[in-house]
Design a protein around this ligand. Structure first.
Ligand SMILES: *[C@@H]1O[C@H](CO)[C@@H](O)[C@H](O)[C@H]1NC(C)=O
Length: 474
């Protein structure tokens, strides 16, 4: 097969054994998962990986990983740090700003990792020839110690698209979008994307790494965002920052279930019975909570579209996902019976990557979090974009206007207006049952195939990874 992942076991250069990598993720699912996936890739080059987090967040990361054999994680050194208890409020479905402010206590509590991480880095730096820290851009303050150790280098992982980061750096330099043809005219501003509290948090974390970081790491692929990675190189040449597009981090093929492993998930069995490209997968990730009225409109819109669907209906994560019950959102009375055989409503954790990889899945209604975008792109599935907060409105521009592999469900400028069932119905049909949708599906499939090839021997993503590994082990 052309598209094997970077998991050839024999990259064994002795020099590499003396280099260790330390991953420091932000405790939010999309972030935990991306660095866990990257850990697996780095490990495949026989480089020891240490993954640091609070006990509950490491547990969350391991518990929810999918698309690869969890036993592969056995070789990652998890440092489960005990931190003081933090507040764990439920998400507020009626909040005006959709940013998951209920996670802020966990973000704040990460400051308790600073001491243990410093100790770990000091210990490793005595034993290893070189220590490489790959930290989330929002954990800059936790890895301060890295700057004072002689044999330690830090790399910043940006969990968002190259498009979003290049635009951010462009604007930081006081330039306008109109000055660069790479940015479409009407990219939304960041207004309404974050809470003020989180904006302050970002600024504080950035102030702690910007002077020190030697490279930026992205879960993206030059085939998808090459122009933006080039722009980033150009814009940061003075600062000497290197940019590494090492994605996709997620596997591009799903391994066959080996005998004796867990039973196939019921939703995958349901998909097995559906026609090719006939199902739209609906999920807004782990940081979105819809209010009752919106849930009702979405429910009716999906039903009226007459398309098959899998809908993951859950509230956003809390700061500790193992702490207490989730709200069970109400559906219109008798709804599930009324869509029997047509739609599947799931309340639990869904094997998203496997759903996207399934031939029956022909579209993805998504909030356009970057993790979801990358998974959809690598599985060749076009998107119906419904951005909620953070970088999502901008990712939506990338998906719909630049890559042209998606339709818009909701214009960001509409703010907190309800998306009616009619809008949902028409977006679903535009993606799943129109010539325009078919063309997007074709483009998405082609992009998925080339991204798949890019991680195989000689592919652009594989070469970027090899060059990164050579660089950190130099
Ligand atoms: C997080 O930390 C900031 C800065 O110290 C503080 O102002 C804010 O109240 C904290 N928020 C939460 C939810 O703990």
């Amino acid at each position: 097969m052309a598209n094997q992942q970077h998991d050839q076991s024999n990259h064994g250069i002795t020099k590499q054994a003396q280099v260790v990598v330390v991953m420091v993720p932000l405790p939010a699912q999309g972030h935990l998962n991306q660095l866990l996936q990257l850990s697996r890739l780095v490990l495949s080059y026989n480089i020891p990986v240490h993954y640091v987090g609070a006990i509950t967040h490491n547990r969350q990361a391991k518990h929810r990983v999918h698309g690869w054999d969890p036993e592969a994680a056995a070789n990652i050194h998890f440092h489960d740090i005990e931190i003081p208890p933090f507040h764990c409020p439920s998400p507020n479905p009626n909040a005006k700003i959709k940013f998951p402010s209920q996670l802020q206590p966990a973000f704040n509590a990460s400051s308790h990792l600073t001491e243990p991480v410093s100790t770990l880095l000091r210990v490793l730096s005595c034993k290893a020839r070189k220590v490489i820290v790959i930290h989330d851009s929002l954990m800059g303050s936790v890895i301060k110690e890295a700057h004072s150790l002689r044999n330690t280098e830090s790399y910043t992982f940006h969990s968002v698209s190259g498009f979003a980061v290049s635009l951010y750096i462009w604007e930081q330099k006081g330039k306008t979008m109109e000055e660069n043809e790479l940015f479409p005219r009407d990219v939304p501003s960041l207004e309404g994307c974050f809470t003020d509290e989180f904006a302050d948090f970002i600024a504080y974390q950035y102030s702690n790494f910007q002077k020190f970081s030697t490279g930026y790491v992205y879960n993206t692929c030059k085939l998808v965002e090459g122009a933006y990675i080039d722009l980033l190189e150009k814009e940061t040449i003075k600062e000497g920052i290197k940019h590494w597009a090492l994605g996709p981090f997620n596997p591009v093929t799903i391994p066959e279930r080996s005998k004796g492993s867990k039973k196939k998930h019921f939703c995958l069995e349901w998909l097995d019975k559906q026609a090719i490209n006939s199902v739209i997968y609906v999920s807004f990730g782990t940081t979105t909570t819809l209010d009752d009225e919106q849930i009702k409109e979405l429910a009716i819109g999906l039903r009226e579209s007459k398309q098959k669907f899998i809908w993951v209906l859950r509230d956003a994560d809390k700061a500790d996902v193992f702490n207490g019950e989730e709200r069970r959102a109400e559906l219109p009375k008798g709804y599930e019976d009324s869509v029997d055989g047509i739609g599947l409503v799931m309340r639990d954790w869904a094997p998203q990557l496997e759903i996207l990889a399934h031939p029956a899945t022909g579209g993805f209604m998504s909030h356009c979090g970057w993790n979801s975008c990358m998974e959809s792109i690598s599985m060749g599935v076009p998107i119906a974009a419904w951005p909620m907060h953070s970088d999502q409105p901008r990712n939506t521009v990338l998906i719909t206007k630049i890559l042209k592999i998606g339709v818009l469900v909701k214009e960001w400028v509409l703010g907190d207006e309800i998306v009616t069932s009619k809008i949902v119905e028409s977006a679903v049909n535009r993606l799943m049952a129109s010539t325009e949708g078919d063309e997007m599906r074709k483009r998405a499939a082609e992009m998925g195939e080339s991204v798949g090839r890019s991680v195989a021997e000689g592919g652009v993503s594989r070469m970027e990874m090899e060059s990164f590994i050579a660089h950190i082990t130099r």
